[in-house]
Ligand binder design. Structure first.
Ligand SMILES: [Zn+2]
Length: 852
């Protein structure tokens, strides 16, 4: 709230002065100034795309717009000034001012009403993804400005007319449908000219084109012609997948037209398969881009791959309404389009995969990861203030990807499915081809329910953190429940209430009874509990749809620690494990007791999703929370349990889960010796084959345990590794595995130089091994310099690098000394950037808890 009010004030004061320097990127004030001044925006773009990857792409843009009065016009073009050629404003040659990646047309050159600015330029390659035989644009979130002069903000939607001159043997596809080749002069020799029809209004981040050598498949579904562009050379693979891909799109489109009551809005419908695409998909209107390898599947594709493909297709198709038809006003609301796309995708796809336990999948995919940030002092709200679009990358993280979907399910549960759908219909209709904020939707939903959606949104969306719940159960003299109450508290002492609908599980021998509860205030009496027989345990988040720390009452905690595996239902069992882990972190359960429960329950767990979750909890507790003595006393049983799991696993993937947990926790002499024999291929595990990456990890785990032959193992693994990328990576990480502390210190010192940090996955693997729990005493010396580097890492690295660097540095540490180093660092840097402070605090959370 505070941030938003302040930002509003800031905007008004800046808007008045249009002579102040603009600065790089797209600051809020510039976006607001342009949004207020510019109307009826159209781009007429032309690019000449040469076949040679290094030859420049030249372009020309004619930008037409209306002004209410003469006004300076600031274009974004993040390229050196010498890439701008001739500029004409309203037909007159003009010399624009160029500064900080902007091209500024002075107010005096403009006129009231219609204006036209024509600019010739050389496009930057930054967002053109140029390959030898093809290129594709990817402008999200604000990267169109690298390719052509534009207003690179989501709320200046424009109609685009595009002409591409491409090599004669190439195909071209864009948002609009292709027109004939008539008119417009002739292309250069060796080129052909492709013209595209004017688009519906689109923001810059959804404008796209692809050109290159592609094959095209065409199909008609429900009267709509669809095309699929691809570069797959295996004809059988294409034949095997094409109908499924067209069918999945057709089904998603008709489902969405039905749900939203709005027909698909962008005319033609094409999809383009890109080899090694950065994301799984990108929702450019009328021309969706996909990662080719996750769409064109092998015959051996698993159920999970099929589900992922169907979900991705439904997700991108849902964006045609959520994001493309109605777009967020500013990137602080980017979470909305992502949540809605996922939300719709689940509704569209899940019924086609009845054999998957979707509720359990949702729980395990979202709750643990969301809480990993939200329970910490580094928690951030879903909706954050964003001062400049150049910082948009920093908004992405578990709070957007994992917490927001939980929040949206709660919203639908509060409103009811039909009122929720009708509210979305109204929202899409009212803002079609325009922009809206989260608060615009909140207002619509608020008018459709007696509930207070605005108050709900404040706690869930605008504020950070999560609630804590306590259970109070009173039993009468006959052993029956007199009352069952849940009390909600705000651990950050703001008095917030997070209204939510949950199902409270009461456990009885061989059965679970679920009671619905609407938690709308501080204390909620669970209706329907009174008079029931006293249960063995109460699990407030029984169906896994609630959100917060659910502190178990004493009797339930003791029962679940001893009998969690007796819960008959996999979803309730999964929720019990998530709750037990939360109670461990809240210091309500001793780590030893937790590990003992996991070791006892694991052999009886029948659901693979739960097995994987428990194994990961076991590994983390083993290294982070057990004392040295506790670890030693359990070594034998941990290793025996995991070895038996490997033997018992029914499938390769089950065996691999058990084996990986074994590999990561083994410490006994005999246990490590067995791992070494497996690595040497002297020992085979029936039903489990290892690929090169598995052997590499084994070699690393053996080295960090300093087996006598560690040097020989690393050397042999380097020679054994065939794949050149993996070989280079292994050679890079090797010094971080050395038993010689001096070599490890040099391995760390390399990262002071930005050139040695370019390959981020290699760096992260090195840092994680340098700070491995077995080496944490020596590694204390790396913590302070690693934190000192963080600001530079943010400036030079990819968007997820600061968080991953912090996690890799701190995840192996559990000592009070290192906790003090982190606290001291933060105390000495009171002016430290807020988002980076959150990054450190969330990475250090488990260290602080373990050190306590
Ligand atoms: Zn998306």
């Amino acid at each position: 709230m505070f941030n938003i009010l302040l930002a509003g004030f800031f905007l008004m004061t800046l808007q008045a002065s249009t002579t102040s320097p603009i600065g790089p990127g797209v600051p809020e004030a510039l976006a607001a100034e342009r949004r207020a001044a510019i109307q009826n925006l159209r781009y007429d773009l032309r690019f000449i795309v040469p076949a040679e990857r290094t030859a420049p792409v030249r372009g020309r843009v004619r930008v037409r717009f209306d002004l209410k009065a003469p006004h300076r016009v600031v274009f974004d073009f993040a390229q050196p000034a010498d890439r701008i050629g001739h500029v004409a404003v309203n037909g007159r040659e003009t010399k624009p001012q160029i500064a900080d990646g902007h091209l500024i047309v002075p107010s005096a050159a403009t006129t009231r009403g219609a204006n036209e600015v024509e600019i010739e330029f050389v496009a930057g390659d930054d967002a053109l993804n140029r390959n030898d035989e093809f290129l594709y644009t990817l402008f999200v979130p604000a990267r169109a400005q690298f390719a052509f002069p534009c207003f690179d903000q989501p709320d200046l939607k424009a109609r685009y007319t595009l002409t591409l001159d491409v090599p004669e043997s190439w195909q071209a596809v864009a948002n609009g449908r292709e027109l004939g080749e008539a008119g417009q002069g002739a292309p250069p020799p060796g080129f052909k000219r492709v013209r595209f029809a004017e688009t519906e209004p689109l923001p810059t981040y959804l404008f796209a084109f692809v050109a290159g050598k592609f094959s095209v498949e065409t199909a008609t579904r429900g009267g709509r012609v669809m095309r699929m562009f691809h570069r797959e050379t295996d004809a059988a693979k294409v034949a095997r997948n094409r109908d499924a891909i067209f069918d999945l799109h057709a089904r998603a489109l008709s489902w969405l037209e039905d749900y939203t009551a709005i027909p698909y809005a962008f005319g033609k419908f094409d999809i383009v398969m890109i080899p090694s695409f950065q994301f799984s998909g990108m929702e450019h209107a009328g021309a969706i881009l996909y990662n080719q390898s996750s769409q064109l599947l092998d015959e051996s594709a698993t159920q999970n791959q099929l589900l992922d493909r169907a979900s991705t297709i439904a997700h991108e198709t849902a964006h045609m309404w959520f994001g493309d038809l109605v777009t967020m006003q500013w990137f602080n609301d980017v979470w909305m389009k992502e949540v809605f796309a996922n939300f719709m995708a689940a509704k569209i796809v899940n019924p086609s995969f009845p054999e998957v336990n979707h509720e359990l999948r949702f729980l395990l995919a979202h709750y643990p990861t969301a809480s990993q940030v939200d329970r910490t002092a580094g928690a951030n709200p879903i909706r954050q203030h964003l001062a400049n679009l150049s910082e948009a990358g920093q908004l992405y993280g578990p709070i957007i990807y994992q917490k927001a979907p939980i929040v949206m399910r709660q919203l639908e549960a509060m409103l009811g499915e039909q009122a929720f759908r009708d509210g979305l219909r109204e929202y899409l209709k009212r803002y079609a081809f325009g922009n809206a904020t989260w608060l615009d939707l909140v207002r619509i939903l608020d008018s459709r329910t007696p509930q207070n959606v605005a108050a709900w949104s404040r706690a869930w969306v605008e504020e950070r953190g999560r609630p804590e719940f306590e259970t109070t159960i009173d039993v009468d003299s006959r052993g029956r429940i007199a009352s069952l109450n849940l009390t909600m508290a705000d651990p950050l002492k703001r008095g917030l209430i997070w209204p939510q609908r949950i199902q409270v599980a009461l456990g009885y021998p061989g059965a679970v009874r679920l009671l619905p509860a609407a938690l709308d205030g501080r204390v909620t009496a669970v209706a329907g509990a009174a008079g029931l027989e006293r249960p063995l345990y109460v699990l407030p988040n029984g169906a896994g749809v609630g959100y917060g720390l659910f502190v178990l009452d004493d009797a339930s905690r003791i029962y679940l620690l001893e009998h969690v595996e007796d819960i008959p239902d996999a979803l309730t069992r999964g929720s019990a494990w998530v709750t037990l882990w939360d109670n461990l972190l809240a210091a309500r359960i001793r780590p030893g007791a937790f590990v003992d429960a996991a070791l006892r329950a694991l052999p009886r767990e029948t659901d693979e999703q739960n097995t994987q979750r428990i194994l990961s909890y076991l590994t983390r507790t083993f290294w982070k929370y057990l004392s040295e003595a506790e670890r030693q006393s359990r070594t034998v049983i941990v290793e025996r349990t995991l070895r038996q799991g490997i033997d018992r696993g029914a499938t390769q993937s089950q065996k691999a889960s058990w084996f990986n947990a074994y590999r990561d926790t083994v410490v006994s002499k005999d246990g490590v010796a067995w791992l070494e024999r497996v690595w040497r291929r002297d020992e085979r595990i029936p039903g489990l084959t290892f690929a090169e990456p598995d052997e590499i990890t084994m070699a690393m785990e053996l080295a960090v345990r300093e087996v006598p032959s560690w040097q020989g193992i690393l050397q042999a693994q380097l020679e054994r590794t065939q794949n050149p990328d993996r070989k280079a990576r292994f050679a890079f990480v090797m010094p971080a595995l050395s038993a010689d502390p001096a070599v490890r210190e040099q391995a760390f010192a390399r990262f002071q130089n930005v050139e040695n940090r370019r390959r981020e996955p290699w760096v992260l693997e090195s840092v994680a091994y340098l700070n491995h729990p077995l080496r944490q005493t020596h590694a204390q010396r790396f913590v302070r310099p690693a934190l000192d580097l963080l600001r530079e890492i943010r400036a030079t690295g990819d968007i997820f690098f600061p968080q991953r660097w912090s996690d890799a540095t701190l995840s192996g540490h559990a000592s009070p000394e290192v906790a003090d180093i982190v606290r001291d660092f933060l105390a000495r840097n009171p002016q430290y950037p807020e988002r980076l402070r959150w990054t450190i605090l969330s990475a250090a959370d488990e260290l602080f808890r373990a050190a306590r």
